[in-house]
Design a protein around this ligand. Structure first.
Ligand code: HEC
Length: 99
């Protein structure tokens, strides 16, 4: 009885983590637009545009959600984040943090 509960919980854990897993390859595909300002691998060429390469994944995701929600505002960046889905944000954060 106990072991079947364990199997069930483990299966649920794997099922939910695969749904939440961010896909860096999909993030790379989506990052073409971002590259115009942040550089193809997340290193910006403009001194007032931030590098994203190697930044913490959760931080990147939070900033993108804040821009999307309007709690962080920037004339250039807010418009970029407005169209992103939660999956896009997770994938982009995974991609840039892996650079
Ligand atoms: C038109 C230029 C431009 C484009 C395109 C652009 N960004 Fe930005 N981004 C900026 C600027 C400028 C800032 C800094 C905003 C500020 O000063 O608050 C910024 C900030 C950010 C930040 C916060 C970084 C930090 O250190 O807090 C993230 C994350 C980010 N951009 C991700 C993206 C992603 C992902 C894309 C593509 C979907 C993208 N940006 C497209 C200009 C751009």
């Amino acid at each position: 009885m106990k072991s079947s509960l364990f199997v069930l919980l483990t299966a649920l854990l794997f099922a939910s983590s695969s749904v939440l897993a961010a896909d860096a390859a999909a993030g790379k595909a989506k990052s073409v637009i971002c590259a115009a300002c942040h550089g193809p691998s997340g290193v910006s060429v403009n001194p007032i545009w931030p590098n994203l390469a190697g930044q913490k994944e959760q931080y990147l995701a939070k900033q993108l959600k804040d821009f999307r929600a309007g709690t962080r505002k920037d004339p250039l960046m807010s418009a970029q984040a407005a169209a992103l889905s939660d999956a896009d944000i997770a994938n982009l954060a995974a991609y840039f943090s892996s650079k």
